[in-house]
Design a protein. Structure first.
Length: 189
């Protein structure tokens, strides 16, 4: 069975080392990952009880997914080189996604198959008449029997009221123009 290494996840190689005739206190370990094109070396540690740990970094960008090769554990203790373990390995991705399409709109499929882009469609659901605040005020004043002469007679109350209405209605040409237009249209009624 091959050892698994990952492109998107760090792996920690762990093993127990039993060494006779030498001390583990100054021993070092490393893993050599070897493919047909590349050799990578990862340094590890060995504690006094012989627990060996070698962190193997993510291999993304170094080795492609589905790459295969051999990996070797090398141990150096008191100037003596040991090769106590060797195994085949394969590279995989830890995080994967699978998509299952449940259904498809036939019309969309036909458009996709023919290569013709679908045209955006627009449906008109409601037509709003543009709001003319001048016309609205003129009609209300006319229905109430207010004419140009009434506006001039009561200008201390009418002018501030018309200014306030033009602001609230969002009239874009200013309050003065609003009042002028109201007076002009009201004079023609």
């Amino acid at each position: 069975m091959s050892y698994k290494l990952y492109t998107d996840k760090q792996e920690i190689f762990e093993c127990n080392i039993f060494l006779e005739g030498a001390s583990l206190t100054q021993a070092t370990s490393r893993i050599i990952v070897e493919t047909q094109d590349l050799k990578l070396l990862f340094e590890g540690t060995i504690d006094k009880d012989g627990n060996c740990k070698v962190p193997i970094k993510k291999l993304r960008g170094l080795v492609g997914e589905d790459a295969k090769g051999t990996m070797k554990l090398e141990v150096i203790a008191e100037d003596t080189y040991f090769l106590p373990w060797e195994s085949d390995f394969e590279v995989d991705t830890a995080k994967k996604i699978k998509v299952e399409v449940k259904g498809q709109n036939k019309k969309k499929e036909d458009e996709w198959m023919t290569g013709k882009p679908s045209k955006p469609k627009m449906m008109v659901t409601e037509v709003k008449h543009p709001f003319d605040p001048v016309e609205k005020v003129v009609n209300i004043l006319h229905k109430q029997g207010v004419g140009v002469s009434t506006i001039y007679e009561s200008k201390k109350t009418m002018i501030p009221m018309l200014k306030k209405y033009s602001t609230k209605a969002g009239y874009k040409r200013g309050a003065k123009n609003f009042i002028k237009e109201v007076i002009q249209k009201l004079s023609k009624k």
